[in-house]
Design a protein around this ligand. Structure first.
Ligand SMILES: [Zn+2]
Length: 224
């Protein structure tokens, strides 16, 4: 069997802990715990480690592509970014995002793409939020777009809703879940049983959607 390389960190602790940190396997072990036993422990977790590392490589790949401006992701679909002589403004085609040559400088290109996505996001998310608000007769205050580092959305006691502009990178069923989740917060601000029961009225299988959102959580690291 292929050997798994890992970093061993000895600590004043009682148990072994295995973690994947930034693509690296790290084991935290008690000070005098035998190294052979750590090896055996790592071998016993090989499937879990492989899965995590593979996942890390996949998500890192797409994040690099996005942050290097080779690709954009819209509603879960990938588009290659290409510079165009002919265009004066950014334009989305069937499989490309055409960016005018005047933005060829990396920084200008980044600003232009982010601005394009934010404009797209506010228009789309506002319309989608209004659609569900009307459909289910749920009132909310105001919508604001955010650049949050950890949160896809939030709702406060004034019923104002905030949505991360990166939501439009995600598949549409996940966007809908986040919107319905925040609209349900206009009734219950916490994540109590009542909250989930309310959300279930509007959203099929919200727990599964929550899981799907979690699988896309790495996309919140784009455009930083
Ligand atoms: Zn919530």
């Amino acid at each position: 069997m292929e050997k798994i390389t890992y970093r061993l960190r000895r600590q004043r602790r009682k148990t072994l802990v295995l973690k994947i940190e930034n693509g690296e396997v790290v084991v935290y072990a008690p000070l005098k715990f035998p190294t052979e036993k750590v090896d055996a422990f790592v071998v016993s977790k090989v499937d879990w480690i492989r899965g995590k590392l593979e996942n890390f490589e996949n998500t890192k790949g797409i994040i690099d592509e996005i942050n290097n401006l080779n690709k954009v992701l819209l509603f879960g679909n990938e588009y290659n970014i290409e510079l165009s002589d002919l265009k004066k403004t950014i334009e989305l085609t069937e499989n490309k995002l055409l960016v005018p040559k005047k933005y060829s400088d990396e920084k200008k290109k980044m600003n232009a793409v982010v601005k394009y996505l934010k404009n797209y996001a506010i228009e789309f998310l506002q319309e989608r939020l209004n659609y569900y608000s009307n459909l289910h007769s749920i009132n909310y205050g105001e919508l604001t777009l955010t650049n949050a580092k950890k949160k896809w959305g939030s709702c406060d006691w004034r019923k104002d809703i905030k949505l991360n502009f990166r939501l439009i990178l995600l598949p549409i069923d996940i966007i809908d879940y986040v919107i319905l989740h925040e609209l349900s917060h206009t009734y219950y601000l916490d994540h109590s049983k009542n909250f989930w029961n309310t959300l279930e009225i509007y959203c099929q299988d919200p727990k599964q959607m929550k899981q799907k959102l979690k699988q896309n959580s790495h996309l919140i690291e784009t455009y930083r």
